[in-house]
Design a protein around this ligand. Structure first.
Ligand code: ZN
Length: 231
């Protein structure tokens, strides 16, 4: 992933709303989980509860049997974002219309489970993904503009466990990848059946940031961490 093209700036408003305890440090971490819900969701939720921190789940429709976990995510105080229903690049990146249709499908699931619309989006592969160009001309530029116009906040990341790279990282390696001493950290992780090591790494990641005085926050309308589109 090319980090050079990334724009990541947090708004002044966000700083003002940080909790007083850590206000002097101004260090913020966002734990974000893509691709769920899955059979690992409960484990993730229980760890977040144990450490009294909130995260953000960018959900898909890939495993409908776990949809009730979306309700639980919201009930336990976490933020829900949309990551498309199908997560199928060929489908969602074929056109802006196709993307909207797929996004609305997962939005409907979120509304059904939580009673609320989500205004957060994470594009499959991130805003700077290069796969989408095979399916739609200038599609990421179009979609990022479209999301802005529709009032969604799309968000990428500036740190990751590396749990989607195809490399078999141990829990310790995943945690090390995700622990970076930046002022504002948006960590990409995955909530899928295959990511057992991410679950195992999560407590170490939380402890690392807690020990350094970070405030744990949920992604909201004011959170900015965006890659520049490549196409
Ligand atoms: Zn994904």
């Amino acid at each position: 992933m090319l980090k050079k093209v990334m724009i990541c700036a947090m708004s002044a408003l966000m700083m003002l709303t940080a909790s007083p305890v850590h206000a002097q440090t101004n260090k913020t971490v966002y734990l974000t989980f893509d691709d769920g819900p899955s059979n690992n969701t409960m484990k993730v939720l229980n760890i977040l509860d144990r450490y009294h921190v909130k995260g953000t789940f960018f959900v898909t429709g890939q495993q409908p049997r776990y949809f009730s976990y979306i309700k639980l995510m919201a009930k336990r105080g976490h933020a829900i974002g949309l990551h498309t229903y199908s997560h199928d690049y060929a489908k969602v990146y074929a056109s802006a219309g196709a993307f909207n249709q797929d996004l609305n499908k997962i939005q409907n699931v979120v509304v059904k489970e939580t009673g609320h619309k989500s205004y957060l989006v994470r594009f499959p592969g991130g805003t700077n993904n290069t796969v989408s160009r095979h399916y739609g001309y200038k599609i990421m530029t179009k979609l990022s503009n479209e999301m802005n116009a529709q009032g969604y906040n799309y968000i990428d990341w500036n740190a990751e466990t590396g749990d989607a790279t195809g490399r078999r990282f141990t829990p310790a390696q995943l945690a090390k990848n995700a622990c970076v001493p930046m002022r504002n950290v948006v960590i990409l992780m995955h909530d899928t059946s295959a990511k057992n090591n991410t679950v195992k790494a999560l407590p170490s990641i939380i402890k690392y940031y807690k020990a350094r005085g970070y405030t744990f926050k949920k992604v909201d309308r004011t959170t900015r961490c965006r890659f520049k589109p490549n196409n």
